[in-house]
Ligand binder design. Sequence first.
Ligand code: MN
Length: 199
Amino acid sequence: MSNVHVLPVLPFADNALDPVISANTLSFHYGKHHKTYVDNLNKLVTGTELADLSLEQVIAASSGRADKVGIFNNAAQIWNHTFYWNSLTPRGGGEPPAALKQKIEADFGTVEGCKQELVAAATTQFGSGWAWLVQDGGKLKVVKTANANVPSTEGMKPLLVIDVWEHAYYLDYQNRRVDYVNATIDRLINWGFAEKNLG
Ligand code: MN
């Protein structure tokens, strides 16, 4: 029986992130971009040996395969966007919860140092991509990935992510990616979600 990939329900109302991320941006980003990746993947895997696999299995099976680039890109973008929505929360930002804060201070010195690395990764990713807080061999790190790429294919465990594709911010911030990134980290970032993802 083939597995139908579905667009997950947003964890907040479409105007809940306003004014940092407007309802207009969310309507396109979630309702058009994220949905299109789901529709594309369902079309691409139908009738192939990947049709029965879960989303995570499709990502693992298509990663690095020259003949499966389209499948990988759409599958990874579904996963990345779901992870991004969960990395945001209407009353986010502020101080991380105690267990995460302790690990951040151990690996970055200060919470501010971690935030600065996230801003640097998000603003220096050339073109489309993602800025991540990950756990790598027990240590927290900030990494960036291009296009649809996911840290899990490199053996790293994602804790949270910021989307830096232009479609994530252009309607609200135009070219000012740094303003979108700073506002998102200061007001929306869901440290509690990151803590739950600690291995
Ligand atoms: Mn996006």
